[in-house]
Write a new protein. Structure first.
Length: 169
């Protein structure tokens, strides 16, 4: 790791909800310390409408967000990642590309908004819960003394963030 500004990639299968929210949150919470990216193994090509409404209503910039393939970040000219976090169980179970730079990885499982069934209001509440969980995890991550930890200690901390059982959404 460079020790300067860290590149972080959030992965999800569809790159339409959880990973997009994580990218937006880290872009705000980690400004000046982290570059946030997101991608999917099978991107939907669009961001979930409820997620866009939540991000917009909470004043997150959304113009730069888009659903994209993780292949963009495995290309030789892609930015080298320092951290890669999967936020869905499907993506965590898939064979990932080889990431340039040998980033640290962790799995931060979260429920899938795409599988949610219910009214629009119920889905909005569900997505807001996912957003809250991501805010908590990312807040813990950005507070880590990254430069002061060796790789093993840092890996333990990253895994512990993901081990926090998500509250029932």
């Amino acid at each position: 790791m460079s020790g300067g500004v860290y590149n972080v990639l959030f992965l999800c299968t569809g790159n339409s909800a959880r990973s997009i929210m994580a990218e937006a949150i880290l872009a705000r919470e980690g400004v000046g310390r982290f570059n946030a990216f997101s991608a999917g193994s099978k991107p939907r090509g669009e961001i979930d409408g409820t997620v866009l409404k939540i991000l917009t209503s909470t004043n997150y910039p959304v113009a730069h967000l888009r659903s994209k393939s993780w292949e963009e970040f495995a290309a030789p000219d892609a930015p080298a990642m320092d951290f890669v976090f999967t936020v869905c169980d499907s993506a965590a179970a898939e064979p990932c590309p080889v990431w340039p730079g040998q980033p640290m990885t962790a799995h931060w499982s979260l429920p899938d908004p795409a599988l949610f069934t219910g009214s629009e209001a119920e889905k909005a509440a569900f997505c807001a819960d996912i957003m809250r969980m991501l805010n908590t995890r990312i807040g813990i991550f950005v507070a880590l003394p990254i430069r002061g930890l060796d790789r093993l200690a840092l890996q333990r901390r990253l895994d512990a963030i993901g081990a926090e059982a998500p509250a029932e959404a």
